[in-house]
Ligand binder design. Structure first.
Ligand SMILES: [Zn+2]
Length: 144
């Protein structure tokens, strides 16, 4: 909760543990495109970015565009954010999205009353330019 005399604290920006490894993801997001890591050995999609395929352990990995379309796999409605910088956004939806390609990502579902979000709801990626350097990938409901 903020007091009228104090501005809300600013929201934290991404701090990737391995900036070089995840750079293609963030660069694509900035272009409002969604890419995922893909294993060249077993063709499996990978999220979050890694040095090695979690399925076949190959280190022959690349990046490829994905549709940005998927479905809500699981979600929760956040009423009391752990970080006070997000208090003004609550309630908001924190969700796991299963992309049509099969890989799952964690994000927010936006553009809808949080209480209307349902498991298996079709969603599509949308891009939130939170700073000149960072764009966050979020998801919004689709008509279909
Ligand atoms: Zn693999």
């Amino acid at each position: 909760m903020t007091t009228p005399n104090r501005p809300a604290p600013s929201k934290p920006l991404p701090r990737p543990a391995n900036k070089a490894l995840s750079k293609p993801f963030w660069d694509a997001a900035k272009r409002h495109e969604l890419v995922m890591q893909r294993c060249n050995a077993c063709s499996g999609w990978i999220f979050y970015p890694r040095e090695q395929c979690p399925v076949c352990f190959s280190q022959d990995l690349g990046w490829a565009p994905v549709s940005g379309r998927g479905r809500v796999y699981a979600f929760t409605i956040v009423h009391q954010p752990g970080n006070p910088a997000f208090a003004g956004d609550s309630p908001y939806v924190f969700a796991t999205i299963q992309l049509d390609e099969g890989v799952r990502v964690v994000s927010n579902v936006v553009g809808i009353d949080p209480h209307q979000v349902k498991v298996d709801m079709p969603v599509v990626a949308t891009y939130d330019d939170v700073s000149p350097e960072w764009t966050l990938v979020k998801f919004q409901p689709t008509a279909s």
